[in-house]
Design a protein around this ligand. Sequence first.
Ligand SMILES: NS(=O)(=O)/N=C1/NCCO1
Ligand SMILES: [Zn+2]
Length: 249
Amino acid sequence: MGLHNSHHKPCPTHLQSPINIHTRTAKYDPSLKPLKFSYDPKTAKRIVNVGHCFNVEFEDTCDRSVLGEGPLTGYYRLCQFHFHWGSSDKDGSEHNIDGKLYPAELHIVHWNSKKYTSFEEAAQHSDGVAVVGVFLKLGDTNPVLESIIQNLDRVKTKGKTCPFTEFDLTDLLPKDLNYWTYMGSLTTKPYFECVTWIILQEAITVSSEQLEQFRRLQCTSENENPSFILENHRPVQPLDHRVVRSSCP
Ligand SMILES: NS(=O)(=O)/N=C1/NCCO1
Ligand SMILES: [Zn+2]
């Protein structure tokens, strides 16, 4: 059921992601708090090739690595991070900034462990999930990304996993933690509308060679004819009546 208007025709309300962020329309909200990342490097567990991307998974059976404050009520438990990229360096990010695309985008996925008992349950609720999005811009080789990428030949085909421990995810974040925030959805099936999106305004760097490594991952399993994950970014969705808020003026 959607909103009703004078024509009495229901108009559906979409809360889908990603979106284009029009920075001049974003509204500064002084009540937004600074983001508080409390990640324990010992909770890093493994890298998994899930077919459409690779996930770096964390131990999420207790609140050892959490994201707090920012636009959130309470804290959300870190469960995994992954990337979206394009078939060339010309596109790849999911969110756009004033129509500008980046060559890739990092998503750090957390779920509301105060109210729910798993990511799967939390994803059924509008306050269930918080994803921090970080843009990757073309530049020098990123040494922290390199420590992840050097493992990718161990998860080349769909379903493969490899151990990945003692990783400090805060090393991957930019210095400036100012952000835009809006209510949206998962950008992968089943597109549940359960995400508080927190998009950092400062990008981190990635080199062209590092992006090429992403595109060498296979979406096929080891006993199939190889196909490659050349791109995995969803097109932007209608903003409708949503307002994007900014943590800084
Ligand atoms: N691209 S996304 O919105 O983070 N999608 C998901 N799905 C499972 C976890 O994050
Ligand atoms: Zn994602």
